[in-house]
Structure formats: C-alpha cells, structure tokens
Design a protein around this ligand. Structure first.
Ligand code: T1G
Length: 696
C-alpha cells in the first residue's frame, strides 16, 4: 500500500494520501506528494486535488522522525513544488488538518473542507513552530492577530471559523468528501480560476500599532517563562510583514531548527508519546473485553465527589450522587450548580450545555439507588474503616459485574477489596483535585482486580478525557509516593537553612507550577496534621519531616484558611507575604532537633528535590508499581505541576545522565546520610549500563 497515489479522473489529477493512523508527513508521504504534483504538471489534468484516506487529512509532520537526520524532500520544498504548480492545486480537508498538514493546505491555491473538519497549527505544544511556511502564509490569509492566536494557543479551529478567517475558501455541504471536493474543483475551473499563490499575498497591517509585537511578547511572558518557541513565533510573524517571503522563510527555518534541537522540544515530544504509551497495559491482551459503562454512581458530594461526577456528566453519562443525608446532598448539588454556572459566566460553556450536564446528575441518600449502576466511585473520608464500610454496602446493593472503585489517595486497595465478596471487581481510580480539571487519573490495579476491569477503566479514562496511568498498590501509588519524599526533603531543607520563599521561588523559577509550601498552605496544614495524629511515633517516622508543620498547626497557622501558614496572607487580597514568625518557628524546631542551620543555594535545593523524585521514581519502577519510566513522567506532568517542557523527573534523569545522577545521590549519601540517600538498585544497574555505553 503506497502512502501516496495519483489518478487522472476526467481532467482532474487526484492525489490521495494514505498513511494510517493520521497521514503524518513521513518521508514516503513527502516524496510521494512531490512526485505526484510534478507528474500532474505534464499530463492532461487541468487542476490537482489533494485529499486523504482514513480519519483525517494530514495531521502533521511525523514527530517520530524528528530525532533522525532530515531526509529530502524537506517539507518546505514540497510546499514550494505545490505552490509553484502551473495548474491550480486544491486541498480537501476532513478530520484534523494540523501542523505540517495544514501547511500543505496553505501552500495549495484553494482549500475546501467538510463542516466537521478542524484546522490548526499546534506545533507550540511540541516546543516547535510551524516550520513549513505556516508563519509566513497564515498571516497572509488570516491577518496577524488570528494567525498569532492560532500558533500561540496551538488549539484547532472549526471549518466555519477558518473560512471566516480566510484560511479556507469553501465549506463543502456534502458528507462525501471526494465527490463534493471534485464538484468544487470543477466549479473553480468553470469560473476560470487558476493558481493563486499564498506567498504572493501581502499581510494586512492597518490594525497593528507600532508596538504590537513587543506588547504581545509582554502579554505572554509570564505563562511562557523559560520557553523559547513562543517568542520565535512572534518574531517569524513579524518577519512576515517586514521581509519578502523568501527572507521570511529563511527566518522561519532558522527559528524552527533552533526549536527542534532544543531540550524543551525533545521533552515535549517525549511527553506527547508518553501520554499515548501510558494508555497501553502491556500485561493485558488487546482483545480483553470491555464492560459497558452506561450509568455511574459517585459517593461523596464534597469537592472531589462533585468533580468526579462532573467528568461523567460532561461525557454524557448519567451519574447518581450519594451523600449521607439530605443537607449534605443539597450542599453538594448546590456546589455543582455553582461550578457549571461559573463556567457559563466565564464563557467556557453555554447555559444549554450546563443544563444538560446538570440534568444527568441525580442526587440520593439511599445506597439502593446504586442497584443498576455499572461503576461506582467512592470519594469519602480517607479512613480505611470508613472505606471498608462503604465497600461492604456496595457489595450488598450493586449488581453483578458492577465495577467498585475507590478514589483513595494512599490506602491499600487490596485491603479495601477484602470488604467485598468480589475483589475482582475492585479497582482504584485516583482523581486529582480539582477532579473536573486535572487531567491525570491513576488507575490502581489491586492483586485480584480482573483484567477486563483494568481495560474498562483505561477506556473509560479516554471517554472522560483523562490521562490514565496504571499503578500497582503501594502507599501513595506513584505520584503521592514521590510527593511524600519530595515534601520530606523540603522540610529538611527548611530545617537546614532555607526559607519557604526561597524554596518556592527556586522551584517555580525552574518551571514548577507552584512552590511546595504555597501548595501546602493552599491545601491546609491541618489535613496531614490530623492524619499524623492517628499514627504512632514510629509510624510518623523522622521528626525532621513533620515537626515544623506540627508547630505551625499548633500555633493556629493552618495555611490560607487562617490567613497564616508558611506565609502570612492578607484577608482581603489573599496576597502572600513572608512572615518573621515562621522563621522563628523554623529556627526553634531546628534547635530542638539539633540541626545546625546554614545557607543553602537555590541550585542545591533544586538538585536535592529533583533527585529525590528521580530516586523514588526508580524505586517505584524497580518494585513494578509503574509499567515504565515514561508513565511516571506522565503522572508528574499531568498531576503535580511538573513542567512538560522539562519532560518529567525520569526524562530529566536521562538528560542529566544516569551515571551523574547516581554519583550525586551517592555524594548526598555521604553528606546527608543513607536514610534518604540510598540509591535505587535499578538506578545503579542502569547507571552502570549508561557508563559502559558512554565508555564504548
Ligand atoms: N507523528 C507521528 N505519530 C503521530 C502523530 C504525528 N504527528 N500524531 C499522532 N500520531 C500517532 C500517535 O502517537 C498514536 O500512535 C496514533 O498516531 C494515534 O494518535 C513542520 C513540525 C491527530 C488529533 O502536533 O494531535 O507538523 O499510540 O492517539 O486521539 O510545521 O494524534 O497508536 O502508536 O493522538 O485520534 C504537528 C499531533 C506535528 C498533531 C489524533 N501535529 N497529533 O488524535 O489519536 S509537528 C501535531 C494529534 C509539525 C510542521 C511541524 C492527535 C490527533 P499509537 P492519537 P487521536
């Protein structure tokens, strides 16, 4: 099956691309396209039509080829061949014409699309920019502002919006792409339309102030901190109005190559494939049957329960939400209504969509209403006794084959499953707060969880637009287990000489969405304090890891909720400020624990926190809790604010070099002690292999 075929139908040359699954512009497609356009120059065709088989028009360059040396013909050269055709070239779009695929369309002389088609230039999501003329052609058709928004957001737009922008010329009115596209081409010929080169157009600039581009860069600076591609896009679009097309293309090429070879793009491409790989469960056969999920039950109308319920309602799946009494239920349902109305007010949803979702959520205070649900997810208090009672009830009322899931963040799913007579139907579905927004879903497979329950949960995750990652049972599964060690190291850095604002700033400057102590204040220090009170001294472990937090709570500093925690908060503005009282508490606890304080550099703080995540990640891999290192990266990027342009903790380890990572951990073992700085044996093995390969 060749990737590109060419046929002459009456007087139209039809080029068909067929490169499943998304018609990516592999070398075979680029070569086939160029050869087909060249063939059409000398045959009896009067016009050329480019379209694709399968679910979508070309969805971009073949990302898997980026790590290899580029092979001619390069994409910009294919575009030039198309644009300089002596006969009009028409692109017919369906599915999602993205990146290089949409750039192919922009180099054609005309573009048509089925109504459901979407177009976009999402390269920014890979740390790239449209590197095949998109930064030069899109502004010529759509103007600077629309072109910029398309490239900086990376989000697709629908066919009708694209037509309004001037990016496509005609929205086809028939479902049959090929036939309606052929009719459009014939209409162009009948109206005497010939080649129309996008590059020959000039960009409309009358609506641009002199300072537009500088102002635009300032407007995106905060959210694009540390990243290079965004400003390159702005510069390339500025070039499209200041330079002749050929010079603008040279500027684009130089900027594209800098982005493509950057560690940021390599990291984002790693995450692109990692999130797709994470959906695959190696140990479960692909043909494992999926259970049908038509109705869902959620227990708990608090923040988590409501967020979980929203995910299913938003996917069109009816939800029964259970609370222990009518007051609690009314509170939960009122909270749901407030969230949906808020989204309508912000323009993120319509009243009709909000009403539809709300209509799919039914409240109850009776477990019997779960008798016909296919999946129940409990989000009750994080106590093993409470959860066992809940699962005992579910075991009584739910029908055979219903999946019984816990949203627990840490607790042992095996023990919870023992409260039922159907451990094969019990699984962990760990959502992250706010559950209707955070993309990560840890799917926790207990010892007796059936394969089809895991497979069904993976498919359900896609339905509710989550990024699933499979985890086995341990305290905290993948993310929270790593977070616990990360926060322990934060506490030790505080005791040894750092201050909250230094730690938070060091990590946020590096790219973390929020500093660890800001997060603690936001979540509330009292939650982990209460959990610790249930533990024995031995279970609590090293007092260095919690004494500061205990003293803060005992001093009434619970975090934002009391306008004081690791920081002081203005009751009106919520503005965070450093508080000398916290320094005094830290110094007092350090003295109590005989910890001698001395300044720590930002770099040492970052290294210690990052290596703590990496070492725990390798221990998780070693114990088989996670399937692969890239799954751990997906967990940390989609659930814990780790910057995707740094690829995740395990990607960072590979970038640093595993042998160097191990050397540093061993150095900390000498200076900071073996308790927390004994390297994972898997890391030792892999580092030794990396060293041999490096030496080879
Ligand atoms: N290259 C290689 N493989 C790709 C691919 C691509 N561009 N897009 C998808 N795949 C694989 C993916 O890994 C998965 O593989 C399978 O196809 C199905 O993908 C010069 C430089 C098109 C909206 O960024 O957004 O062009 O797991 O599960 O949910 O300026 O794929 O089955 O083995 O995502 O239906 C720009 C990226 C590239 C688009 C379909 N284009 N792709 O979503 O399927 S850079 C993109 C997507 C570029 C030029 C620049 C989505 C999709 P496997 P999937 P889906």
């Amino acid at each position: 099956m060749s990737a590109v075929t060419y046929e002459l139908l009456e007087d139209i040359g039809i080029i068909t691309v067929n490169n499943p699954p998304v018609n990516a512009l592999s070398h075979a497609v680029r070569d086939g396209l160029q050869k087909a356009v060249q063939t059409a120059q000398t045959d009896d065709s009067k016009a050329i039509l480019i379209l694709c088989e399968g679910k979508t028009f070309i969805a971009g360059a073949d990302i898997s080829e980026f790590g290899q040396p580029p092979k001619a013909p390069l994409l910009p050269d294919v575009m030039t061949t198309i644009e300089q055709s002596q006969k009009p070239v028409v692109a017919a779009l369906h599915g999602t014409a993205l990146g290089g695929g949409f750039e192919i369309a922009l180099s054609c002389h005309y573009r048509c699309a089925v109504p459901s088609a979407k177009v976009g230039l999402p390269e920014i999501k890979l740390g790239l920019l449209p590197g095949a003329g998109g930064t030069q052609r899109a502004p010529r058709l759509a103007g600077v502002k629309n072109a910029l928004d398309l490239m900086i957001s990376g989000n697709p737009i629908g066919a009708n919006t694209a037509k309004d922008y001037g990016l496509i010329d005609h929205v086809l009115d028939a479902a049959d792409l090929k036939q309606s596209a052929l009719s459009y081409v014939k209409e162009l010929l009948a109206n005497g339309k010939g080649p129309r080169m996008t590059s020959a157009l000039t960009v409309e600039t009358s609506d641009l102030e002199d300072t537009f581009f500088d102002d635009y860069k300032k407007s995106i600076a905060k959210k694009t901190k540390n990243q290079i591609a965004h400003n390159h896009i702005v510069d390339c679009i500025e070039a499209s109005i200041k330079l002749p097309f050929e010079d603008g293309m040279k500027k684009e090429r130089a900027c594209f190559l800098e982005c493509r070879t950057s560690s940021q793009s390599k990291a984002l491409r790693h995450i692109f494939f990692a999130e797709r790989q994470a959906r695959k469960v190696e140990a479960i056969p692909k043909e494992t049957p999926i259970r049908d999920i038509q109705r869902v039950g959620v227990i708990g109308g608090g923040l988590m329960g409501c967020g979980i319920a929203m995910n299913f309602a938003n996917a069109g799946i009816p939800v029964t939400l259970l609370e222990i009494n009518q007051d609690a239920l009314d509170k939960g349902l009122k909270g749901l209504e407030k969230i949906y109305q808020g989204a309508v007010k912000k323009g993120k949803s319509t009243q009709e969509a909000a009403d539809k979702c709300l209509s799919l959520i039914t409240g109850t205070t009776h477990y019997d209403d779960f008798s016909d649900v296919d999946l129940v997810i409990e989000a009750v208090f994080e106590s093993m006794d409470v959860k066992k009672q809940v699962f005992g009830k579910l075991d009584e009322v739910c029908k055979d084959g219903a999946i019984l899931a816990s949203n627990t963040s840490y607790l042992d799913i095996n023990e919870i499953a023992q409260a039922t007579k159907r451990p094969q139907d019990v699984i962990g579905l760990h959502f992250f707060s706010p559950a209707h927004i955070m993309k990560l879903l840890e799917i926790v497979q207990a010892d007796k969880t059936a394969d089809d329950v895991v497979a069904t949960s993976m498919k359900m995750a896609a339905q509710i637009k989550k990024n699933p990652v499979l985890a086995k049972v341990c305290y905290g599964f993948i993310g929270n287990r790593m977070l616990r060690q990360y926060l322990r190291e934060v506490q030790i850095c505080l005791l040894e000489g750092a201050l909250p604002q230094q730690i938070d700033k060091a990590m946020m400057d590096w790219g973390m969405a929020m500093g660890p102590l800001m997060v603690a204040d936001m979540a509330g220090l009292d939650i982990s304090y209460k959990a610790r009170q249930e533990l024995t001294l031995e279970q609590k472990g090293d007092p260095r890891s919690y004494r500061i937090a205990d003293v803060l709570v005992e001093a009434g500093r619970l975090g934002q909720k009391t306008n004081a925690g690791y920081y002081a908060y203005d009751p009106e503005t919520r503005q965070r400020t450093e508080d000398p009282a916290v320094v005094e508490i830290i110094e007092r606890v350090a003295a109590d624990l005989n910890v001698k304080r001395a300044p720590l550099s930002d770099d040492e703080i970052r290294t210690r926190l990052l290596l703590t995540l990496i070492n725990e990640g390798y221990k998780i891999l070693e114990e088989g809790i996670a399937q692969r290192a890239s799954d751990i990266d997906v967990v940390y990027c989609f659930g814990y604010g780790f910057p995707s342009y740094r690829g995740g903790p395990m990607f960072q380890a590979e970038e640093m070099g595993l042998d160097k990572v191990l050397d540093q951990i061993n150095a900390y073992k000498e200076t900071l002690g073996a308790q927390y700085w004994t390297a994972s044996s898997l890391l030792e093995d892999l580092a030794a292999k990396a060293k041999e390969q490096g030496a080879a």
